[in-house]
Design a protein around this ligand. Structure first.
Ligand SMILES: [Fe+2]
Ligand SMILES: [Fe+2]
Length: 194
């Protein structure tokens, strides 16, 4: 990091820049290098290749969850089906929105979203369980959400302070997975039959 100077130049107004800050001239020159990298600048300190791979695993997980929720939405039957179907449909849409955000971030980081259906279930953390009845579907969804929660928490810890944008996105998603799990745990607790 260049030392700061009180010397005034046309692009660096008078006054000291605190230690650790890049002088304006250098900031401008850095931004002009490798502009094809877009949002990823030279100061990005994360392990991009590994992060893109891990985000692709999360993307696969989200898609498997979308498919499982839609399957459950269409197949739900029994006394409580009407109430629970609404939850399945809402979650399917929310998991789709998570997938969308993750795919966009992968592209921003210079990667490509892997949506190959042939390898989706092998790459996902969560499983595609059809469930034998409504209660079993709810249970399987709770388990899948708990898997997602643990895998997002690990990923967030691994990122640490290296990439605050990805971290913030994952923290948002994690909070919603926790809501999903909580809703299903409540449903299972109050279950009276189907
Ligand atoms: Fe999700
Ligand atoms: Fe979820």
């Amino acid at each position: 990091m260049a030392k700061t100077t009180a010397k005034s130049t046309p692009s660096q107004p008078a006054g000291k820049v605190p230690a650790g800050f890049t002088p304006r001239d250098k900031l401008r020159a850095n931004a002009r290098r490798k502009i094809e990298d877009g949002a990823v600048t030279e100061t990005y300190s994360g392990d991009r290749k590994t992060l893109i791979k891990l985000l692709n695993d999360a993307l696969a997980t989200e898609y498997v969850c979308v498919l499982r929720y839609y399957r459950h939405y269409f197949m739900a039957s029994g006394m409580l089906a009407d109430a629970v179907k609404g939850e399945f449909l809402e979650h399917a849409k929310q998991e789709q929105a998570h997938a969308h955000r993750i795919a966009e971030r992968i592209v921003q980081l210079g990667g490509e979203p892997d949506l190959d259906p042939d390898t989706l279930t092998a790459r996902a953390h969560a499983e595609y369980k059809e469930g034998k009845d409504l209660r079993d579907m709810v249970k399987e969804n709770l388990i899948a959400e708990r898997i997602a929660i643990d895998s997002y928490r690990e990923l967030i810890l691994w990122i640490g302070d290296k990439d605050s944008t990805t971290r913030r996105m994952l923290e948002d998603i994690l909070a919603q997975e926790e809501e999903h799990a909580d809703e299903f745990a409540d449903l299972l607790q109050g279950w009276i039959g189907d």
